[in-house]
Design a protein around this ligand. Structure first.
Ligand code: NAD
Length: 250
């Protein structure tokens, strides 16, 4: 337990598993009241019970608004502010990926990726920024990807959405700076979560071979960057896209 986020209230989207779950635990260890956001009540409550069993002292809660619906998100975030007194940190982590080649890509899948990976970030950031502006400051941290720098060889929707995450991050850091709201992004390299577990071994092994640090990231490696950027240690950092990828260049 450290006190890096003591007295803060944090929301983590996609907090039910993978990188998001690691961020939730990291924020709780740092003393923040942390609200995990899931896509469904069942999975959100399951994750909440798991964390409560692992960390009985922690102040943790769960919500499950439709992240692409700005009014639903606003109502949920206002509810957090009413219940806990503020909303200081938003970790925009929920995201999906797909590796389908261009000529097999379904238009509805392209929409689905953009709806969650970027439109939900816009909706959540706007709802949180409204509260942060009124309370005099806050921090937003978005989840980009290492593929947001040079794209990837197949599955164009995913890198497209992550380039947009970088654009939203940099633009909002400038627009919200005057309200003492910092906006940054973390760009993870390949990380050991369900998102990667679905990929075939022949795709993963060459990726790992290409990582100078010789291993893929663990969710905790990524959560550490989310902790740093949320804390006052990063008090003058805004508009940054921080690669957490073992020195890989792709
Ligand atoms: P994951 O599949 O383990 O978890 C994804 C999370 O997003 C889950 O909590 C899930 O409930 C949530 N989610 C999915 N669809 C949702 C929806 N419609 N509404 C609300 N929530 C929804 O994936 P992960 O690897 O932990 O990914 C987390 C973030 O990290 C994503 O933004 C992803 O793009 C990014 N990322 C992952 C990797 C990697 O290698 N795993 C690399 C770079 C970036």
């Amino acid at each position: 337990m450290n006190n890096l986020l003591k007295g803060k209230v944090a929301v983590v989207t996609g907090g039910t598993r993978g990188i998001g779950y690691a961020i939730v635990k990291k924020y709780l260890e740092a003393g923040a009241i942390t609200v995990l956001c899931g896509s469904r009540e069942e999975t959100a409550m399951k994750a909440l019970e798991k964390i409560k069993a692992e960390m009985p002292e922690a102040q943790v809660d769960a919500i499950w608004p439709n992240l692409s619906d700005r009014s639903e998100v606003s109502a949920a975030f206002e509810g957090i502010k009413e219940k806990y007194g503020s909303l200081d940190i938003l970790a925009n982590n929920a995201g999906i990926s797909q590796n389908t080649p261009l000529f097999d890509y379904k238009d509805e899948d392209f929409d689905k990726i953009l709806n969650l990976n970027i439109k939900a970030l816009y909706a959540c950031s706007r709802a949180a920024a409204q509260i942060m502006k009124e309370q005099g400051g806050g921090v937003i941290i978005n989840t980009s990807s290492i593929v947001s720098f040079n794209g990837q060889g197949t599955g164009c929707g995913y890198p497209t959405s992550k380039f947009a995450v970088n654009g939203l991050t940099k633009s909002l850091s400038r627009e919200l700076g005057p309200y003492k709201i910092r906006v940054n992004a973390v760009a993870p390299g390949v990380t050991r979560t369900d998102m990667v577990a679905v990929l075939p071994d022949e795709m993963i092994q060459p990726i790992i071979k290409n990582i100078p640090m010789g291993r893929m990231a663990e969710p905790e490696d990524i959560a550490n960057a989310f902790l740093f950027l949320a804390s006052d240690l990063a008090s003058y950092i805004s508009g940054a896209i921080l690669p957490v990828a073992g020195a890989v260049v792709i």
